[in-house]
Ligand binder design. Structure first.
Ligand SMILES: Nc1nc2c(ncn2[C@@H]2O[C@H](COP(=O)(O)OP(=O)(O)OP(=O)(O)O)[C@@H](O)[C@H]2O)c(=O)[nH]1
Ligand SMILES: [Zn+2]
Length: 291
């Protein structure tokens, strides 16, 4: 019996990838009885019955399960944001960071199109995130070696690629695997026409134990964290919050707040703090209007 990863779910069939080889499998009826849905990303035991055909015998325990997109065993989110064209969007990045951290995923930030803005601007964009402890990769089509660094960061992970339209996800996907690039391009084209197409998530084999899924719509997810806990998702605040006079200081309206003081003295990034404030307001607003 072999073990593979479900990379595609079709009507009644599942593509199981094992070392880059794809076997189109049916699933035993027992899964329906046991109320198990086989998801993209599931590790399965399967039995090949012919050339490229087989049966899924068992679904191995899941480490994680994302609802949107419905993918099992995702371990890492790659957040792709461009330095220019479209302009860097700090709030959307900061919000996405909170969402994926909440989902328990490892995070890699990719700043793309760094060739389009001056080096000093790239520094300005990137520094707050490095200070906060995030891994950040700079990417440019003019710097193909960056793709090797990205491959290194993907190794051993099942990653979802997340990012706004036009930041260069298809170009990146293409550099990793031509079929991945094609799929990513296809999706955004449809979204651009404003159509709501239900599309199936697919997992792309990059190398052994290394897969990538694209995740349109991920950034539309809401932050489901209670407002008092939001501050914990801005890890760089912690170096200062110990000096806030109120234990449990939210760093919003409190007097003598050490985090706000650090923002004013530029020891903390004003842009990151602004994102925190905006997110806090959004969550508070939802909490207040819920009942
Ligand atoms: N200058 C520059 N342009 C880039 C870079 N990467 C991608 N582009 C260009 O940016 C445009 C958008 O790239 P895509 O790869 O289609 O971006 P995407 O994120 O897939 O965008 P959607 O398809 O809208 O989701 C294309 O014209 C690319 O050629 C880069 O590193 N530098
Ligand atoms: Zn404070």
């Amino acid at each position: 019996m072999a073990i593979g990863v479900v990379t595609r779910v079709l009507a009644g069939f599942f593509d199981v990838t094992d070392g880059g080889q794809v076997t189109r499998c049916r699933a035993r009826g027992v899964f329906r009885k046991r109320n198990i849905t086989v998801l993209v990303g599931d590790r399965v035991q399967y039995q090949a019955t012919g050339s490229n055909e087989g049966w899924i015998e068992e679904v191995l325990p899941r480490q994680s399960e994302l609802v949107r997109p419905p993918v099992a065993n995702v371990t890492q989110a790659v957040l792709v944001f461009s330095a220019g064209n479209p302009e860097f969007q700090p709030y959307l990045l900061d919000k996405s960071l909170v969402v994926v951290s909440q989902a328990g995923l490892e995070v890699l930030i990719v700043i793309s199109k760094v060739d389009l803005v001056p080096a000093a601007r790239v520094e300005e964009i990137v520094t707050p995130y490095r200070v906060a402890g995030y891994r950040v990769l700079l990417m440019s089509v003019k710097e193909p070696t960056a793709v090797d660094l990205l491959k290194g960061e993907l190794k051993g992970h099942t990653s979802v690629f997340v990012g706004p339209s036009g930041v260069g996800k298809s170009s990146l996907g293409n550099a990793l695997s031509p079929s991945l690039g094609l799929k990513m391009g296809e999706i955004s084209e449809k979204m651009g026409r404003g159509k709501h197409t239900t599309r199936h998530t697919e997992l792309f084999f990059i190398e052994d134990d290394t897969y990538v899924a694209d995740a349109a719509g991920f950034s539309q997810l809401q932050v489901e964290i209670p407002s008092p806990q939001l501050r914990l998702y801005f890890p760089e605040f912690e170096a200062f919050s110990g000096d806030c006079p109120y234990r449990g200081c939210l760093h919003i309206d409190e007097g003598d707040c050490a985090v706000k003081a650090a923002v004013e003295s530029a020891q903390l990034s004003p842009s990151r703090y602004q994102s925190y404030q905006q997110l806090y307001d959004e969550v508070r607003h939802r909490e207040e209007t819920r009942y």
